[in-house]
Design a protein around this ligand. Structure first.
Ligand code: UT7
Length: 326
């Protein structure tokens, strides 16, 4: 019987401080308005990490919540994969920092760099470790502190992002061929580095020694998002012999309400079947999907047996989609 990665628990963590559009504009003296931000993005608020919070502390809090949901202990986890574009430092990885914060010395861990698509990439990596039999359990975490890398003088980008973390516990199980047919069905990843200058950080943890800031040509990324996400979702459904009508929930990357709505319409899903957090969290990059997943699984919207589509696009460009049955 082939092994599947079953989703055993989801958890999330948001920094305490929530900043509204009006507060943000005032705090940074920006020539913007609540009206513009809401109309163009759907964002009303975002959370901002406290000075002593980092990707690893946010990620560890999300991991604790996911482990509690799964009814598991940290020392039962074989693998930790963290998707982040804002690691605490170049090394040690955020994953092993989280392992230490969780008080575990078991297994191994590493970070994935795929910007806003990072969680989908990380899920695929962990799924392959489980399917191959190398590990039996994995924590997949998206943790971001974008408030540290946005340029607070650039109204075109700083209003879009927020901080937070989400985590999922995966457990090896027999899904395929069973009556329930549960777990991660497949993940489809893409990248096209020729679009690297559309969304990037101009320095930072890399080798050039400067503290970088995020730069984005938003309208060009928007156009790529609408077409590439539609294509990769169709690719994922076709690979599993499924159609739009089989999808119960869309849990998309939360960059812009207009992109999310376009994907919901494309899948012919009623709005209540699309999980939206961008209004309260803004874009938390690799953390946005697990944050949304934890919310919808935690409040009982996503039920066992439900087919969930996750999709994301981000810097690289990178993009991808995962199909999972809870
Ligand atoms: O998570 C990774 C993937 N990222 C995304 O998917 C983001 C995709 N892009 C977007 O979500 C949208 O392109 C944005 C929300 C970033 C921008 O919306 P847009 O409708 O594409 O606006 P635009 O960039 O074409 O700018 C339109 C106007 C410009 O003014 P002019 O040149 O027309 O006079 C901007 O200067 O809006 C202006 N503008 C603002 N005005 C008030 C840009 N930012 C702001 C602002 N407040 N914060």
């Amino acid at each position: 019987m082939p092994i599947r990665s079953l989703i055993a628990g989801c958890g999330s963590y948001l920094p305490e401080r929530s900043l509204s559009n009006v507060e943000l504009a005032q705090a940074y003296g920006l020539d913007t308005s609540d009206e513009w931000i809401v109309e163009r993005t759907g964002i009303h608020n975002r959370h901002i990490a406290a000075p002593d919070e980092t990707a690893s502390t946010l990620g560890a809090n999300a991991a604790r919540a996911a482990l509690a949901r799964a009814g598991m202990r940290a020392d039962e986890i074989d693998l930790i994969v963290v998707a982040t574009a804002t690691p605490d430092s170049a090394f040690p990885s955020t994953a092993v920092r989280i392992q230490a914060l969780l008080g575990s010395t078991r297994g191994f861990g590493f970070d994935i760099s795929a910007a806003c698509t990072g969680f989908v990439y990380a899920l695929n990596v962990a799924d392959n470790f489980i399917r191959s039999g190398q590990v039996k359990t994995a924590l997949v975490i998206g943790a971001e502190v974008f408030s540290r890398i946005v340029d607070w003088t650039d109204r075109g980008t700083c209003v879009l992002f927020g901080d937070g973390a989400g985590a999922v516990v995966l457990r090896a199980g027999e899904g395929e061929g069973t009556a329930a047919d549960r777990g991660i069905l497949s993940t489809h990843l893409h990248a096209d580095g020729s679009f690297g200058d559309l969304l990037f950080v101009d320095g930072g943890a890399g080798s050039n020694g400067t503290a970088g800031k995020l730069r984005m040509t938003g309208n060009a990324v928007f156009r790529h998002a609408v077409s590439k996400l539609a294509d990769v979702v169709d690719e994922a459904l076709a690979a599993n012999g499924l159609g739009h009508s089989d999808v119960r929930w869309l849990v998309p990357h939360q960059a812009n309400r207009r992109i999310i709505d376009a994907m919901g319409r494309k899948l012919k899903l009623p709005p209540e079947r699309v999980v939206v957090t961008v209004d309260r969290h803004a874009n938390t990059s690799a953390a946005s999907i697990p944050l949304a997943l934890a919310e919808a699984a935690g409040d009982g919207r996503i039920q066992p047996g439900d087919l969930v589509v996750m999709e994301a696009i981000g810097g690289g460009l990178t993009w991808g989609a995962t199909l999972a049955r809870f």
